[in-house]
Design a protein around this ligand. Structure first.
Ligand code: ATP
Ligand code: MG
Length: 194
């Protein structure tokens, strides 16, 4: 599983998921868009339904990629512990892997429920340009290098807001979705040839 705000989903997320699935021989990668992200309550986050649909569009072509609504359908802020418990309940026999980028991995180490998290899933921390992977030597956590994608949703939103292209940073269908619904203060419609 890979949790995220996915506001919007971009090729950094998709490459990380694909690479971890390949290396760990995973049957499925479940993308889980957050409900209300409590870490991001200081900024406006696009409606959950938009973030969910962009994630569906971005992952539709890959037979191993699926999208779960557990976090967006659960009222209140999203906590990863609840996500893991819900996915565990839906897949009682599965071995769960939780994929996170270097920045998120560093945060998780500080969470109060960290010990319980390790017991629910194997954590895979992946490299992300501009962020140091924390040094970790413990069972239940793997660190791995994935092809470097210097892309963030923050940068994509800023590009749309200022009229710069996001083609090739996010999947084509996501560029078009952002344009169609004029997300991210996109006054001139992001679908252009720029
Ligand atoms: P924002 O800038 O809004 O925080 P983001 O690009 O960090 O967006 P998130 O939805 O916050 O995307 O991230 C979801 C997960 O994907 C996190 O674990 C994050 O570390 C990881 N991730 C995001 N971008 C990359 C990337 N370019 N390479 C590797 N991992 C990434
Ligand atoms: Mg982030």
């Amino acid at each position: 599983m890979m949790g995220g705000t996915f506001d919007p989903i971009h090729h950094g997320h998709l490459v990380a998921a694909s690479e971890v699935a390949s290396v760990f021989d995973l049957d499925e990668v479940v993308f889980v868009p957050t409900g209300e992200p409590w870490q991001k309550s200081d900024r406006d986050v696009a409606e959950a339904e938009h973030r969910y649909l962009m994630t569906v569009i971005a992952t539709a072509a890959n037979p191993r990629f699926t999208v779960s609504r557990v976090d967006i359908d659960r009222p209140g802020p999203t906590y990863t512990i609840d996500t893991l418990r819900d996915l565990r309940a839906q897949r009682p026999d599965a071995e769960l892997f939780f994929i996170t980028g270097a920045d998120a991995m560093a945060q998780i180490l500080g969470w109060k429920d960290a010990e319980e998290l390790w017991s629910l899933a194997h954590f895979v921390g992946v490299t992300r340009p501009g962020h140091e992977l924390p040094v970790l030597d413990r069972s239940g956590v793997s660190l791995m290098e994935v092809p470097a994608m210097s892309i963030s949703s923050t940068d994509c939103r800023e590009r749309v807001r200022t009229g710069h292209p996001v083609w090739y940073l996010v999947p084509d269908g996501v560029v078009q979705y952002i344009g169609k619904y004029k997300l991210y203060n996109n006054k001139n419609n992001a679908v252009n040839n720029g």
